[in-house]
Structures are given as structure tokens and as C-alpha cells.
Ligand binder design. Structure first.
Ligand code: SF4
Length: 359
């Protein structure tokens, strides 16, 4: 790692709050990690002043693992032969939501495999039944890949799928982005959405007045240039739409996938990408620390290098767990981690509004 030249144009640009170019972002990979973290934290203060850190009590319901995409980087889908094929019944979904509400939870993420027999009506029926029973639950559900899958299966334009899901009761969608680089997508998930389709979903959400988020799954053999290319797709779509409430980087967990020979990304890789993302994505307010894949202790460090949110407690997440990751958490633990980092925990809702502050 190089000593940072504090007289350089790039250093001044960052500390003056300017927009950096992709080439400049690339240069940051060679910065000393502490200097980079300090710059990430400074930009966090510009985007999100104060010392509060949000978290949400939510539950992911992975309603089926039957998936016709069978991506190489996924250990969750049934054809990976680690989890028996399953489909959750509506009664099971109701029970899971009741448990969430009893724990003070406010948000459900419905996410599943790309089931070959599911059509628009399957999703509409699921959402309508949930909202009828639990009108107060916020549904942050269905990834861009699921929306494109529904569009293909039912021969309905993406815009109309989004419209129909919204009127059934979906409140917002997670922008599960993987890596928005065609070379990598062709290698690890050729049957999933293309980069252009991801953009198309984001534009459809914007036209239908719906919010989303963006993620990044890295460590799949991409170059640093490709990492920045991913961030550029996200920054551009945010300039165009303004619908991305948060950005969440995750490192890829190769164990148990068809890519298990890939060396896992390290803690330094994670902190670098987090801080660079905070600096480069000058138009996104919330950057979440990924405790699920990085562990609670590294996520805590991320709060000092650009992150301002711990995301959800994710009751019952199955997709990442399928790779053998065992990290779990709850609200008490997140409150402790945040306070121990010298910050103020705030339980928030899905729109990042405070529900309760733990001074
Ligand atoms: S990542 Fe998603 S689309 Fe790909 S195989 Fe897993 S469940 Fe299916």
C-alpha cells in the first residue's frame, strides 16, 4: 500500500466533497487502508452527518429454492444438492410473519429461486394474501431477477409487472445486483438478468414511484477495474432515478458452490471496497455494513470507514447460510456492536426513519 500524497488533486477532491472519476477510484485501491478508511468516514459524515447507525428488524422469507437459473456462485438452489427442493406454504409464511411481528419486526423480504412454474399470478396471489392479513407489514421484496423472470414467464412487460406488484402491495424492492459486469455474469450466472435488464427494472421502478437499493457481490474473479465498472453502473442509475436508498457490498462465499476453488475475498478487500464505494457513490446516502458475510466484528470496523447502517437482523436467511456461513444476530447484539463502536443505535423503518433511538 502506498503512502497517500496529501497534496494530490485526488486527495483534495475527496476532502472537498468532489465527484471522483472511475480512474481516480481505481487509484484508491493502492492507498494505505487507514488513510482510505479515514477518507471513507469523512465522506460518510458529508452524506450522513451525526453518529447514529441504523438497523431494522426484518425477516427474509426464501419461499422456494427451486430455480431454473442454477447460478455457479449459488449454494441455495435445489440443483446444488445441498438443500432439498422446497416451496413454503402460505400458512408457513403467515406463521413466520407473526413471529417477526412478535419480535418487534417491521419488514419482510420475500425472495426465492426462479421457479419454472411461477407466473405473475403466483406472485400477486402471495402478496395480496400477505397484505390482506398483515397490512402494516412493509414488503421490501422480489429482486430484479425475479421481476425479469415474471416478465418472461408471463409475457408481460417489466413495467407492467412492477405496476401489478405495486398494486398488489409490494412497497419497495431490493436491487440485488450481484456484479453488474457482463463478463462475470456470463461466467457465473448466464441465465440471470443482464446488466441492461437490471437497469430496465430500476427505470421501471422509478416510473412507478418505487424505491430500491443496490448491492455488490465481489470476489468472483473480477478485476479492480470491473469492481469500479459495477459502481459506475450504480452511480449512473442513481443520477438518473434517485431511487437507491442504500448500497450493500457483500463478499462472495465460494464454499459449497461450483466455484469452491476460488480464494475468498479478505477483510482488507472488504474494507477497501466499502470505503471506495462511500467515496465514489456520492449520490447514495446509506451504506450498509455486511455483517452476514463479513462477520459482526468486521462489520463493526466498517462503521468507522464509511458505513452508517447495519442493515437488518435478517431472521431466517437461507441463501447465504447455504454456503456454510453461520453468523446470526438479533437486535440486542446489533445495539451492543454499534454502541461499542462509539455510535448511537437507531432502530429504523424501511424508509430509514427512526423508530427508536438507544442513547
Ligand atoms: S442466485 Fe438466485 S437466480 Fe441464481 S441460482 Fe441462486 S436463487 Fe437462482
Amino acid at each position: 500500500m502506498e503512502d497517500v500524497n496529501k497534496n494530490s488533486n485526488l486527495y483534495h477532491k475527496i476532502y472537498e466533497g468532489g465527484r471522483i472519476t472511475p480512474e481516480e477510484a481505481l487509484e484508491l485501491f493502492s492507498w494505505d487502508i487507514i488513510e482510505l478508511g479515514n477518507a471513507g468516514d469523512m465522506r460518510r459524515k458529508l452524506a450522513f452527518p451525526g453518529e447514529t447507525v441504523g438497523f431494522i428488524i426484518d425477516r427474509i422469507i426464501n419461499f422456494t429454492n427451486i430455480c431454473e437459473a442454477a447460478c455457479a456462485f449459488c449454494a441455495f438452489h435445489a440443483r446444488a444438492n445441498l438443500i432439498e427442493p422446497y416451496e413454503v406454504t402460505m400458512d408457513d409464511i403467515y406463521l413466520k410473519i407473526e413471529e417477526l411481528m412478535a419480535a418487534g419486526g417491521t419488514q419482510v423480504m420475500l425472495q426465492g429461486g426462479l421457479h419454472p412454474d411461477y407466473t405473475l399470478n403466483t406472485y400477486i396471489d402471495m402478496v395480496t394474501s400477505i397484505k390482506k392479513r398483515f397490512p402494516e407489514i412493509y414488503l421490501h421484496s422480489f429482486s430484479p431477477s425475479e421481476i425479469v423472470h415474471i416478465s418472461r414467464k408471463s409475457s408481460v412487460p417489466i413495467d407492467d409487472v412492477v405496476k401489478a406488484l405495486k398494486s398488489a402491495g409490494i412497497d419497495s424492492t431490493p436491487g440485488a445486483s450481484d456484479l453488474l459486469v457482463e463478463r462475470i455474469r456470463n461466467k457465473v450466472s448466464p441465465k440471470k438478468t443482464t446488466v441492461d435488464e437490471w437497469r430496465e427494472v430500476m427505470r421501471a421502478l422509478y416510473r412507478n414511484d418505487m424505491m430500491s437499493s443496490a448491492t455488490m457481490t465481489y470476489g468472483m474473479g473480477e478485476t479492480d477495474e470491473e469492481k469500479i465498472a459495477h459502481l459506475k453502473v450504480i452511480r449512473d442509475i442513481q443520477d438518473e432515478t434517485g431511487i437507491l436508498q442504500a448500497f450493500i457490498p457483500w463478499s462472495f462465499s465460494p464454499a459449497k458452490t461450483r466455484m469452491e476453488d476460488t480464494l475468498p475475498a479478505t477483510g482488507i478487500d472488504y474494507l477497501k471496497i466499502l470505503a471506495i464505494a462511500r467515496i465514489f457513490l456520492d449520490n447514495i446516502t446509506h451504506i450498509q455494513a455486511g455483517w452476514l458475510t463479513e462477520g459482526l466484528k468486521l462489520a463493526q470496523v466498517a462503521l468507522t470507514m464509511g458505513a452508517n447502517d447495519m442493515g437488518g437482523v435478517l431472521m431466517e436467511e437461507v441463501v447465504v447460510k447455504a454456503t456454510g456461513i453461520k453468523t446470526k444476530t438479533n437486535d440486542k447484539q446489533l445495539i451492543h456492536i454499534i454502541q461499542n463502536a462509539g455510535k448511537i443505535p437507531v432502530q429504523r423503518d424501511s424508509r430509514y426513519q427512526a423508530i427508536k433511538e438507544y442513547a
